[in-house]
Write a protein that binds this ligand. Sequence first.
Ligand code: ADP
Ligand code: ZN
Ligand code: ZN
Length: 738
Amino acid sequence: MKIARVAIDVPLNTYFDYTAEHISAEDVGRRALVPFGRRLVVGVIVGITELPAAGDESPKYKLKPIKEILRDAPRLPKEIIKLANFCSAYYHYPLGQVLAMILPQRLRRTKVARDLAEPCYTLTDEGRTALEALPQRAAVKRKLLAALQAQNFIPRSELMLLSPSASSVLRTLVEAAWVKQSALPLSAKRSTSTLPAQATAPPLNTDQQLAVETILGAPPGFTPWLLHGVTGSGKTEVYLQVIAATLARGGQALVLIPEINLTPQLEARFQARFPDVGIVSLHSNLSDSERLKHWLMAQGTAEQGAAQIVLGTRLATFTPFTNLQLIIVDEEHDSSFKQQDGMRYSARDVAVFRAKDINIPIILGSATPSLETYYNAQQGRYKLLELKARAVQDAAPPTVRYLDLRREKLLEGFSAPLITAIKQRMKRGEQSLLFINRRGFAPVLLCGECGWLSGCPRCTSRLVVHLKEQRLRCHHCGHEERLPHHCPSCGNLDLAPVGQGTQRLEAALQKLVPEARILRVDRDSTRRKNALSEMLEKVHAQEIDILVGTQMLAKGHDFPKLTLVGVLNADGGLYSADFRASEHLFAQLLQVAGRAGRAADSGEVLVQTAFPEHALFTALQHGDYAEFAKAALIEREQAGLPPYSFQAMLRAEAATLDSALRFLRAAAALAPEAKNIQVYDPVPALMARLAGNERAQLLVEARSRGALQKFLDAWMEALQTHKTRNVRWALDVDPIDT
Ligand code: ADP
Ligand code: ZN
Ligand code: ZN
């Protein structure tokens, strides 16, 4: 009797055995319906074994049979099972849950998905001729054929709406070869973005040429590249050329990007360049069936055809392909590549593992690489390619100036020179961008009488004033309340919003520069579907003079007429308790500065700060990432921080801080003796209270990745058997916020 080992979506790091009569090696990687407790669940078959040989007559318990092996979708390839196993081991997360995460939602359901990918139909030449000759009484036939003549490629479900007998009539039409089932040409249904997209490749500049030639000239197989190019240096152009070569060899490419918001733009740019190539996106904004369809297309198994390029956000790292030959991670430093719940993986790191495992090149691109990646390049583990100048002719790097907040008087958050600069751009018909990393009207409401501050009842944070909506909102847990008319503590009627948010800047600007057309871009103003792309089109159409926005605007967008960037207040990142804060601040400022003067008009960046002499600002002024990275790496080395050490964080959450800390102390006591491993004392998290839960954490640090993993293996095993009550905990390997 054969036995299937099935990984199931439960928080237990083991697989479960079931007897299976009709099973073959081909079924490894397939989903299976299996009884689990009193439920029927979907698991993934990860292995097949035989029942113990004769002689062992007394199995300890009776195995249940598999209910059904689901053969409706292609099985997960060996490579993906291996990737899941790697993640399970490295992030100490149950294999069944890793696999469940990888599978599209619709394949996790117990219902067999017979309608997996909906076929489309198209009219044949015979059908076209036949339609003309058909008598009026063949009404349903005529209706279907006419619909297909008017609009080629109609999905089955839409045809079914045309008549109750559509199903049988369609079958007849297919049998007569008047209609055939067909793949949807991907380029035909592209979003109709009017954003400029270059169809033909511009001649590469020397740096780009060298980068492309070096990558294509390298011996086949795994090479990790760091493509370090200043913003606007034409990294995307390098990706496109390397992808073109990959496609020409019949390979597929996976392009990982940090933000869903960037997909429509990038998709349009890619589709314009490769009009005949199947390109699909994979991100969390897709419906379940779209996601499944795109997922199947990467394996070339969807009725709609195959995709050669997948553009996706972090989860797309796990997409199965038929012939993946290239991975690109754009903006590799971006923290969106790190998953912050469930399995806390780094999509970039997993992508590097995958590329190595299947022996293909991977390109990590950034203007501000993470220090980990940069260090890897310095050590020779990654190969460094640099694009030193902006790609567009005459586009000089922006000049950066500091407006000293110790001297400048602020009017509604603006210094006088900044206002003057904005007005100047208005006169010249150029655009300005004002950057502040806080949405809402003001970060807190203050009572001047008694000092009351609007705190979140559920978090260690302040409630943000949203004046338009007359609400106070917590940006961490979503708590909301009405804006109070008087102080809840002393009754004083004079409550003042303190500090600036995007809404307040927008209102202030309207007063200061009344003739300006102002657009605010933040999470609140772009909530509606397509809102962001409509806004971007307005900016491109020059219907906007001033943009006020958060980091949403810092990334990827290309505004040729934008010549001024004002940074209102960035100093928070200089004195944060998080050791990565300055790295993030530098990256963000360099990115946002990169929005200025992308085309022929040269740009200027004005930063309001109380610390203009800070080394980070000097490096920013020089536009010199290397200068910043060198100094930052020396600091990290002296402090023994990553990339010079390897960390894991055990995080605990409970109703009281005390029980969270108590759990962590007990966990620390279970830690195995290990040399070169430092287990720190449990401490409250930076944000100790979140959404009503108290949070604490315990840091573990090691000199090598291997030592850390060995330690974690033993520790997690001990911890699995430890009884915990009312505490939720999770391990975060390579945490990025500490
Ligand atoms: P990055 O991704 O490095 O920020 P992009 O690839 O978006 O830069 O390029 C910035 C701009 O420069 C784009 O408008 C792009 O079309 C243009 N560009 C890129 N390479 C060239 C080139 N070799 N010649 C002319 N323009 C180029
Ligand atoms: Zn008060
Ligand atoms: Zn809150």
